[in-house]
Design a protein around this ligand. Structure first.
Ligand SMILES: [Fe+2]
Length: 200
């Protein structure tokens, strides 16, 4: 399958003041578009043309760096837009997800601390994740376009810590971006949906 850029599921200014329209215009229209355009070029002749995006990500990892970087980032960003919503965040999580966070990660506050620390501690570009792996939740981080799919896990929530995600709004203050993102933007219903699908 060839890659195509999905529309944002909300208006460009819908996440302000936590993420500005200018950031979303650059991040979605320029950066994500570039992953789609370059990924499609690199997909041609790769032998993976007929595969799903998830398969392309997993099968190009460690073998075709150019294709992997773009396909990985395409996958990551498709979900990133859906991991946010206007009036998101808060501490009121769907019950099953909350129970799993309590039993696997020591409760919401500990999970929040660990997730933010993973994002702040990722040296250079990358992502912090809530991952479902081997029947339980874990907090992880990855560099560049890498994601939990290539480590045998399912990403349930991921935050983009590339500078293009926060520099216009927060300059170098990555921890401030991470707090605002987690507390005011996360779409917990989408996280719960992915958790439900992964834990069946
Ligand atoms: Fe990004």
């Amino acid at each position: 399958m060839s890659f195509s850029l999905p529309d944002l599921p909300y208006a460009y200014d819908a996440l302000a003041p936590y993420m500005s329209a200018e950031t979303l215009e650059f991040h979605h229209d320029k950066h994500h578009q570039a992953y789609v355009t370059n990924g499609n070029k690199l997909l041609e002749g790769s032998g993976l043309e007929g595969k799903s995006l998830e398969e392309i990500v997993k099968e190009s990892y460690g073998k075709n760096a150019g294709l992997f970087n773009n396909a990985g980032q395409h996958f990551n960003h498709i979900h990133f837009w859906k991991w946010m919503k206007p009036n998101g965040g808060g501490k009121s999580l769907p019950g099953k997800l909350q129970s799993a966070i309590d039993s696997d990660l020591g409760g919401f506050d500990k999970f929040r601390d660990d997730f933010l620390a993973a994002g702040a501690g990722q040296f250079g570009s990358g992502w912090a994740w809530l991952t479902f792996k081997d029947g339980k939740l874990e907090v992880t981080k990855t560099p560049n376009g890498e994601n939990p799919l290539v480590h045998g896990g399912t990403p349930l929530l991921g935050v983009d810590v590339w500078e293009h995600s926060y520099y216009i709004d927060y300059r170098n203050a990555r921890p401030k971006y991470l707090e605002a993102w987690f507390d005011s933007l996360v779409n917990w219903d989408y996280v719960a949906e992915l958790h439900e699908a992964a834990s069946k």
